[in-house]
Each structure stands twice: as C-alpha cells, then as structure tokens.
Design a protein around this ligand. Structure first.
Ligand SMILES: C[S@@+](CC[C@H](N)C(=O)[O-])C[C@H]1O[C@@H](n2cnc3c(N)ncnc32)[C@H](O)[C@@H]1O
Length: 236
C-alpha cells in the first residue's frame, strides 16, 4: 500500500482525539460495510446519498479525484465509474484497518488506479491538484474540519468541485429524536460532543469562504446534508 504517516493532531478539550477515532474504526473496520447497510432499516438511503455526492463532483473520464476519510472504500465503485480506468483515485484515511479493507476491495475489483494514503487529513497536504474532492461521513470527526476544507478547496483545479456528505442535527421537531438516534451513530464516533460543536457550520463556513456556487441540500429529515462548492476558474 502506498502510505504516508502524519502525526495525529491534538483535540480541544472534550473532543475525540485522533487516536480514539483510530481505535473506534479499528474495532469497526471488518464489519463496517455490513453495519453501514443496517441503517437502511431506519430509512438512511446510504447508496442514494453517496451517488448524489459523487454526481455533484461532475467528474469525467480521465479525471483525478481525492476522497478524504475514504474508510473501506464504499465510494470507490461510484468514483471508478465516473473517472474510468484512465482516471485516478486517491483515498486518505486515518485508520490503518479501514484502509486494509479498502485495499482488499481494490484487489478484489482489480482496480489499478487507486492510491491509498494513511494519515490525518488535518496534516495531509496533497502535492497535486484534483478535479474533484469528496468526503462522506468523515469530516465531522475531525476536531476542526475548517482547515481541511480550506486545503481541499485549494487543491482543486479551476472548475473542480468539493462535495461533503455528512450528518447534522435535524431541525425541530425531529431534533427530539436525536437522543433516540444517538446510540445508533455513537459506535462510529458521532457523539453528543461532536454534534454539539456543530461541525457542519464550520464546514459550510469554510466552503462559503473558499469556494463559489456553494449549495447545501438536506435529506433524512434534515439529519443528512450534501454540501457542494466549485473552485471558480480565474477568468470568470
Ligand atoms: C464513518 S467512516 C466513513 C468512511 C467512508 N467515507 C464512508 O462513507 O463509508 C469515517 C472515516 O473517517 C476516517 N477519519 C476520521 N477522522 C479522520 C481524519 N482526521 N483524517 C482522515 N480520516 C479520518 C476514519 O478513520 C473512518 O475511516
């Protein structure tokens, strides 16, 4: 596996430090794909949300795409379909065990154009530019996602898109269901502490600051959002 290692960043008090994210996902990695599917039982249309996020990138054959927090690679088939065999996919993730699962998927599918990078997205600095950057269900786990959005926006080629799919607190009256739903997402590191720091606001704020054409759509009663933005060409 093509790997680089970055030092986990310190978390503000009360946050989940990068090391506990790694511990959490080391425990979940082997059964992650299976457990992700179980959320269909509560109306979480995971595959449809993923497809919408990848579509929003507007990728074409031969493009290069980065996925931040790629996990086991559940988006790779969609990304492969979008960029084709002449394209290139780079997946960055903090957890070695999740990337082991991703590597198994890549080998099983015979994809030769996927590169995996082990490291904290907060410390990662890509050395190339991308036609699209995707992050699904991962950025909220970073203690401060705003700087990650900033470098991701800067890593886009002019006209390239960033798409972030993640969870947020739903509006009232559905907010009352949050205590009942929290036990379902807590095993994946989405705790009350994480929701209370409202990472979606930091992510959206950074997208409005660094990108154009920012659009935010909601699903699943407002508990899931897809935020997209475009790196404007200089001459428009
Ligand atoms: C819920 S999983 C999502 C995986 C994949 N994106 C998906 O949609 O199935 C969260 C992933 O984010 C990764 N992650 C969390 N914080 C990260 C960080 N700071 N840098 C890189 N990856 C991170 C975890 O290791 C884990 O694999």
């Amino acid at each position: 596996m093509n790997t680089s290692t970055a030092t986990p960043t310190a978390a503000p008090t009360g946050e989940m430090p990068a090391t506990s994210v790694v511990d959490t996902y080391r425990r979940r990695a082997r059964h992650y794909d299976l457990t992700a599917n179980l959320y269909y039982l509560i109306g979480f249309r995971e595959q449809a949300y993923r497809a919408r996020a990848v579509d929003a990138l507007g990728l074409r054959a031969g493009d290069t795409v980065l996925e931040i927090g790629c996990g086991t690679g559940l988006n790779f088939a969609l990304l492969e379909r979008a960029v084709g065999p002449t394209g290139h996919i780079v997946g960055v993730d903090l957890t070695d065990a999740m990337l082991d699962q991703a590597r198994e998927r890549i080998d099983r599918r015979g994809w030769s154009n996927v590169e995996l990078v082990l490291g904290d997205a907060a410390a990662y600095r890509p050395t190339r530019r991308f036609d699209g950057v995707l992050s699904t269900l991962a950025l909220s786990l970073a203690p401060d996602p705003a700087p990650i959005v900033a470098w991701a926006a800067g890593a886009l080629r002019p006209g390239g898109h960033l798409a972030v799919l993640d969870l947020k607190l739903p509006p009232a009256p559905l907010a009352r269901l949050v205590p009942a739903l929290l036990p379902l997402v807590r095993p994946f590191g989405v705790t009350r502490t994480v929701l209370d720091r409202r990472p979606w606001e930091r992510i959206w704020g950074a997208m409005f600051e660094h990108l154009d054409n920012v659009h935010i759509g909601e699903s699943w009663g407002g508990a899931v959002y897809l935020a997209t933005g475009r790196h404007m060409p200089l001459n428009t």
